[in-house]
Design a protein around this ligand. Sequence first.
Ligand code: ZN
Length: 150
Amino acid sequence: MFDDLRDLYQEVIFDHNRNPRNFRIIENADKKVEGFNPLCGDRLTLYLQMSGDVIVDASFQGSGCAISTASVSLMTEIVKGKTEQEAEELFKKFHEMTTGKDQDFNLEAVGKLAVLAGVREYPARVKCATLAWHTLDAAIKNEQQAISTE
Ligand code: ZN
């Protein structure tokens, strides 16, 4: 990765960590699921407001490291207006990107989420980045139980 791009990515992560987007509770949310990453101590509650199978609003509460906070902040922005199926497809791509099995992964396929591509070089941080998405996956599948990455 070019250094300029790496700096830009880090700047976006810092920004989302300092000023998390959609950091609020949705009263009477259609879906509410808690996620926990014991490895790092990241903890979040995800709220979704649905209209049919479209995610019309997404928000979160909780506390975690910079990577987990930036990831859930970015996710709540990007899934708004998407159908459950589109969100699940993004999760799949995000998972492929962060686990780094595909070295030729096309970063354009994930848009803004590409800023988190760097975590694949740090296996311990992958769960920080994917916690938000595992929680979203559980919410979409209507699993009410708190999820844990372990
Ligand atoms: Zn973490």
